[in-house]
Ligand binder design. Sequence first.
Ligand code: FAD
Length: 323
Amino acid sequence: MSKKVLVLGEVRDGELRNVSYEAIAAAKEIAAGGEIVAVLCGEGMSNHGQTLLHYGADRVVLAEHALLNEYSTDGYVQALLQVIDQEKPEGLVLGHTALGKDMSPRLAARLESGLISDVTSLEKVGEEVIFTRPIYSGKAFEKKVIQDGLIFVTIRPNNIPPLELDESRSGDVSTLSVDVKDLRTIIKDVVRKASTGVDLSEAKIIVAGGRGVKSTDGFKPLQELADVLGAAVGASRGACDADYCDYSLQIGQTGKVVTPDLYIACGISGAIQHLAGMSNSKVIVAINKDPEASIFSVADYGIVGDLFDVVPLLTEEFKNVLV
Ligand code: FAD
C-alpha cells in the first residue's frame, strides 16, 4: 500500500546537507509509490525547496517563522508537529545528524510513535520495509520493521544513495506559517569554529591521524594529502587527548561516526572505540609502522611504514594523477 512520507530537509550554513537527498531516497522506498513531502524550516528557503524537488520530493512545505532560522529543539519540534498535523503522513525520515539525533526522540514521544534510529540500509520484502541499523558500536547489525503506526526513522549520512539530480522534476512549494512560542532556549549568536573545509560527517574521503602523528605539526602532511584528495581530516581520540588537534575531529564511539568511501588511517592503532566510528567505511587504508596494529584487521589495504615517509609519497602520486 502506498504511503505519504515526510522528509526533513536540513540546511546548515545556508547549504542543504546531502543527507536531505538521501532521506528522500529512503522515503521513496517507504512510500512505495506514495507522495514524498519535504519540509524546510526557517525563512527564505524556497530555493532549497526547488533543489529538494530536483532530488525526488513530490511537494515541499516551507515551515516559516523567524525563530526557526536557527535550530532549536523546541522550535523545530513545534513546527514539525504542525506540519505533521496538516499532512498526516504515514512515514517520517530525518538524518541521523546532530539535529536529527537531538530532536527525533522528543518528536517520537510527542507523536507517541516508535522510532528506528541510525538506519544504514533498508530493503523491501513484500509490503514490509526492513531497516538495518548497527548495534554494539557497529560490531553487529539488527534488522527491524515497524508493523503499526508511523514509520519514523533517522538515517545515517552517507549510507543510502540519493536519487540522481533531475532539474526537470517539479512540484508544488507551499508555505505554512507555523506558530512557534515559549521557546526555552533562544539562540542569540552562533560562534563557529574556523573550519578546514570538508564536513567530516558527510565527507567521501577522510584522512585521519592518531597519536602516531606526534604533534600538531604532524597533521600537516595529512592536511596536504586531504587537500589533494578533496578530503576531510579526522583524528583518533589519542590524537585529540594529546592536544594535537581539536576534539571536533574525533572519530569513534565517543566522537563522530563516519562512513566515507575511503578512510585513510595514519598512525592509529585501531582501538575498538575508534573502529566503532569508522569500520563501516567502504575502503579502509591503514598506515602504521607496527605490523601487528589492530587497525590492519579492518583495513582493505595496509601499508607498514612510517607515516611521515608514506603520506608525502601518496600526496605526490595523487597530485600526478589528480591535479
Ligand atoms: P595509540 O593507540 O597510541 O596508537 C598510535 C599508533 O601509531 C600505534 O599503532 C603506532 O604503531 C603508530 N605509530 C606511531 N608512530 C608512527 C609513525 N611515525 N608512522 C606510522 N605509525 C606510527 N578512541 C577513539 O579514537 N575514538 C573514540 O571515540 C574513543 N572513545 C573512547 C571511549 C572510551 C569510553 C574509552 C575508554 C576510550 C575511547 N577511545 C576512543 C580511546 C581508545 O581506546 C584509544 O586509546 C585511542 O583510539 C588510541 O588512539 P591512537 O590509535 O591514536 O593511539
